[in-house]
Design a protein around this ligand. Structure first.
Ligand code: 8YV
Length: 340
């Protein structure tokens, strides 16, 4: 009898690779380059696969699932986000979906703080001045390179899951004044209280659900996008949202590019309608050509989706993805499984 086939669309980190390779009862077909596996490669190899380990850039859709055929039992995604997966399709085919929602919380929360501070303190613009040799010509005056301050700010979240709540934990140390958040169930509070921050009275700083996106936009000095990309969050931060934000406020997106309308953001920055932005993600990534209008915005810091990029986090994500894949094939409990 032939061995069950698993397809892995990336190279893995040592420990996770060894864990995968130790399964001699499997036929492992793995993309062996630092570059992402092309779609054609995945389609060519998916036929008769029992499990597939994928990244965000691999679309799990009808074409792939029907190419794999009835052998397909499990998809394991090296990510917390699942917007690249047609979950209804998996449910209808009884295919399990593993993901890594807890492994990257701290790393992404750290990056969120970094982007918030960079946007407020003009980190990108300041560095560019030094690189361009402008420093010697910058006469000191009290308002030179000044920006808003995190201490005393109201921070508003769109989405209030693990990463947002881990970010709040960090921001409390900076002396923020108030936190407001909007979840997919407005008015009912966040789904889960991951760090004991909610429920009133536990923190000296008020952490309150917002009634509407308008409230988040108009009250916040920092707006942090931490929600999943769904049809209802697509372009949630658009022209109208940005128009309601304070002129001194910054926008930070660590979730998915599609939640923010890039054209509207460029316009708001161009016209100084908000102070700045810090982005880990952008629509159409990674295709951001050198002449993209967002790159002309001095007050916008854009980094190439590095939220989870710490060594321990990536190691844990890799290990959990392999464990989820194996558990799915064997009908065992996954480290984390999406309830389809
Ligand atoms: C990924 C992410 O971890 O996990 C997610 O959903 O957005 C990222 O931080 C990274 O792109 C590796 O897949």
């Amino acid at each position: 009898m032939s061995k069950p086939k698993v397809v892995v669309t990336r190279k893995l980190i040592d420990h996770a690779q060894a864990l995968l390779d130790s399964n001699k009862d499997l036929e492992i077909v793995q993309w062996d380059s630092e570059k992402p596996a092309p779609r054609e490669w995945l389609l060519q190899n998916a036929q008769n696969a029992s499990g597939i380990l994928v990244m965000l850039t691999d679309k799990i859709d009808t074409e792939l699932v029907s190419t794999a055929g009835s052998t397909l039992k499990t998809i394991s995604s090296f990510s917390v986000g699942t917007d690249h997966v047609d979950t209804a399709l998996l449910k209808s085919h009884n295919i399990r979906l593993g993901y890594t929602p807890t492994a990257l919380t701290d790393a992404v929360a750290d990056l969120t703080v970094m982007l918030t501070l960079m946007a407020q303190r003009r980190g990108g613009e300041a560095m560019a001045k030094v690189l361009d040799g402008e420093w010697p010509q910058m006469p000191w005056h009290p308002l030179l390179m000044t920006g808003p301050q995190l201490g005393g700010s109201t921070v508003g979240f769109l989405g209030f899951g693990r990463i947002a709540q881990a970010t709040v934990k960090r921001l409390l140390g900076f002396g923020v004044k108030k936190v407001v958040y909007l979840t997919s169930r407005p008015g009912e509070g966040a789904r889960e209280d991951h760090y004991g921050l909610l429920g009133g009275g536990k923190s000296e700083v008020p952490i309150q659900p917002a009634k509407s996106w308008e409230e988040v936009a108009s009250e916040s000095d920092v707006v942090i996008v931490g929600c999943a990309l769904t049809p209802s969050t697509k372009h949630l931060v658009g022209k109208e949202f940005l128009a309601k934000m304070k002129k001194t406020a910054v926008l930070v997106n660590i979730a998915r590019g599609g939640v923010v309308d890039t054209d509207a953001l460029v316009e708001a920055l161009d016209q100084d309608r908000i102070f700045g932005a810090g982005l880990d993600v952008i629509e159409g990534e990674p295709n951001v050509p050198k002449d993209h209008p967002i790159l002309k915005q001095k007050r916008c810091v854009l980094v190439p989706h590095i939220g989870s990029a710490t060594v321990p986090t990536r190691e844990q994500m890799a290990e959990e993805s392999v464990k989820n894949l194996l558990a799915g094939l064997r009908g065992e409990e996954m480290v984390n499984e999406v309830k389809l």
